[in-house]
Design a protein around this ligand. Sequence first.
Ligand code: TXA
Ligand code: MG
Length: 307
Amino acid sequence: MPLISFDLALKHLKDADVVAIPTETVYGLAANGLNDQDIAKIYALKNRPKFNPLIMHVPNIAMVNEWAIITPLAQLLMQEFWYKRSASISLVLNLKQHHPLSLLALAGLNTVAVRRPNHDLALKILDNLDFPLAAPSANKSNSLSPTSAEHVLQSLGYDVPVLDGGECTVGLESTIVDLTKNKMILLRNGAVTAADLKEFGEVITVNTNTAIKAPGMLKRHYAPHLPLRINVIKKEPEMALLGFGNCHSADLNLSPSGNLAEAAANLFKYLHQLDNSDFSSIGVSPIPKYGIGEAINDRLVRACAHG
Ligand code: TXA
Ligand code: MG
């Protein structure tokens, strides 16, 4: 297994190679965000549609300020969520007119999504580089996001270099908020919820049927290979039941104590596990729709959608 050292990961990234790196949400397939050729390797490995832009991972606000316009609202949200709350949020900002970012990574947009990961190893990598890391989740497009080094290798193949940082503690991709219109438009649910954002002003949630601004918003996404059903109360023959809370017939339980944060952290891991089993379908117990439960339900609904 090509699990590589910190120093080698840094060297690869400086030498134009991709490396899968841990973050607190999911593993990212990282490359130099200024270099089109490096970014092309990400798209190729993931089979990712080229119109799908990547998040730029940064060590601090100062780097963002080099190429994006930081409005007072953006500054406030970065201070609050990146530094004070150590929360997982990506902000979409307008770019400055001249910027060095890879146009391929931006997929032709004049906006950029930025995120400061809350993971020691990821931050240490970023602190040692003078460029941002573009990093989508380190899995083939439209498949389950990886929350461990092993998931990355299973999805992308055993020759992809991975910096192993253990299991991701959050387990769901970051919340994405578009600030380019100087208001908060929630593009993707995550650990930071609309309720958290409302403290800072009006939050607009977009209807996923009318706008595809973030591919996390594509109808089918994050899907296992086995058919998936949600809100399952009673298990069917040959169905693996992914339980939540007090659920005796569960084959795996996202959180026996009914803790939503724990369920989020286990979601992709357990879906991976059940997807690699001999069952013929996966059922998931009802998950409450508040807090990060909203994001869990959102991912599950997409994983069930056909086509
Ligand atoms: O937690 C995360 O965000 C993980 C880890 C690795 O950081 N990354 C991740 O990346 O989930 P990815 O590529 O799977 O999802 C990035 C999302 C996509 O839905 C993309 O469309 C959206 O961010 N995005 C990127 N740039 C954008 C932009 N300028 N405007 C709107 N959406 C954007
Ligand atoms: Mg993804």
